[in-house]
Design a protein around this ligand. Structure first.
Ligand code: KIV
Ligand code: NA
Length: 277
């Protein structure tokens, strides 16, 4: 397999081949994802929740993104690496945006960056694209706007908001985005928007009419039993076997059943050396 490039991702749409994206935040899991024919690994600012334990993504910094991107980058051979621009790293000025996008590429090893929203950030997107950094857009339930939304709620459910989203998607394509994540919007709207664009849409909670799909790794693997929103499909329930493994280890240690002789080292016999003449 060859490394997945931005033109490859755009070509998937023309060829009718769905784009597969999964998040990762560390080398161990990135290596597993990379071995599985996934197109894009996203170092998402969802790491604020799944790595840092926050309720939202707002406290994530550019430094945090760079740290996790570097961890993931080292493990990737083929998958395309996209890194999220965190809250307030691109909303202030286009100059700050292009500088921070550049850091994600130079220091984090990103091959493209993703940022949320449209109107207020179009100049930032244009500047980043002009610098030669491919940009993935993100519309709908954009988590960095959680306080404006009053919670994580499905967006664009009325006709005005749907019309606005249609127009935003067209503007993002016009500004040079190579793909757009559609998150938490009605499936028929996502289908319609996807059909109206020539760049691929990647859906999460946006139905099957998108040109690709993304899930957060922890959700896909079922690592958190307390989190099972409607849009998530668990492809495994790994929380159970992981807990069983930890419990078995604890029981073995307390019973002095681990380590066994097969896990232990003996003393090396010292070689008898010839006495010097
Ligand atoms: O941060 C993230 O994981 C994301 C995806 C859910 C699209 O933005
Ligand atoms: Na994100």
């Amino acid at each position: 397999r060859k490394p997945v490039t931005v033109p490859d991702i755009v070509a998937r749409k023309r060829d009718g081949v769905p784009v597969v994206m999964v998040t990762a935040y560390d080398a161990t899991f990135a290596r597993l994802v990379d071995a599985c024919d996934v197109d894009i690994v996203l170092v998402g600012d969802s790491l604020g929740m799944v790595m840092q334990g926050h309720e939202h993504t707002l406290e994530v910094t550019v430094e945090h993104m760079i740290y996790h991107a570097r961890c993931v980058r080292r493990a990737l051979r083929c998958a395309h690496l996209t890194v999220d621009m965190p809250f307030m790293s691109y909303q202030t000025t286009p100059e700050a945006a292009v500088e921070n996008a550049g850091r994600l590429v130079k220091e984090g090893g990103a091959a493209s960056v993703k940022l949320e929203g449209c109107a207020r950030v179009l100049p930032a997107i244009e500047r980043i694209v002009a610098a030669g950094i491919p940009v993935m857009g993100h519309l709908g339930l954009t988590p960095q706007s959680v306080h404006a939304f009053g919670g994580f709620k499905v967006q664009a459910r009325n006709s005005d908001a749907a019309e606005r989203l249609r127009s935003e998607a067209a503007q993002l394509e016009q500004a040079g985005c190579y793909s757009i994540v559609l998150e938490g919007i009605p499936a028929p709207l996502a289908t319609e928007v996807s059909a109206s664009l020539s760049i691929p849409t990647i859906g999460i909670g946006a139905g099957k009419g998108c040109d690709g799909q993304v899930l957060v790794m922890q959700d896909l693997l079922g690592l958190d039993d307390s989190f099972k929103p409607k849009f998530v499909k668990r492809y495994a329930t790994l929380a159970d076997p992981i807990r069983e493994a930890f419990s078995a280890f604890a029981a073995d240690v307390r019973a002095r059943a681990f380590p066994g002789p097969e896990h232990s080292f003996g003393i090396k016999k010292s070689r008898v050396r010839a006495a010097p003449e």
